[in-house]
Write a new protein. Structure first.
Length: 162
């Protein structure tokens, strides 16, 4: 679990109460001196103020370290680059498919269906549908032999001359 998830959970009062109950039931009660040292460490870290959890500090920590929100076609890909879903708006869908096409092939490159499928698998498990969508969007095209694929260049032609 990443730290952002933990901090977000600690910002929730119900989650903090549940954690406090678990800790109280499973761990020995610290001596007064141990408890004071622990409280001082939490205060020094900015998580506790006047003996109370500083929820605003937790939220500020999350905001300070927030990942920038992806824009454009990137917003339809997970942080690992996998397809989250296909956009319903035609313009967004075309932009996403263009991004995928240019990530799996470069101009002038011709690959077999198997190689294309292996590359598309990085984006989605349903490579056949993704391949079909790329062809229908006129971003990829089968070569004249029908056994290979190439990226359609801006003028609508393929490097293979089909």
């Amino acid at each position: 679990m990443e730290w952002r998830t933990v901090i977000a959970m600690l910002a929730n009062p119900d989650t903090r109460r549940a954690l406090a109950r678990v800790v109280a039931e499973t761990e020995a009660t610290p001596s007064g001196q141990q408890a004071q040292r622990g409280l001082a460490r939490l205060a020094e870290a900015g998580l506790v103020r006047d003996g109370v959890v500083d929820v605003d500090a937790l939220r500020a920590l999350l905001q300070e370290n927030a990942r920038p929100r992806p824009e454009g076609a990137e917003r339809f890909l997970s942080p690992s680059g996998r397809l989250i879903g296909l956009p319903s708006r035609p313009g967004d869908r075309q932009e996403l498919l263009r991004l995928i096409a240019t990530r799996v092939l470069v101009v002038g490159e011709v690959v077999t269906e198997k190689e294309l499928g292996e590359r598309l698998a990085a984006f989605d498990d349903d490579v056949a549908t993704l391949r079909r969508l790329l062809v229908e969007a006129e971003l990829l095209e089968r070569t004249p032999t029908g056994t290979e694929y190439a990226l359609v260049v801006e003028d609508g032609s393929t490097p293979s001359g089909s």
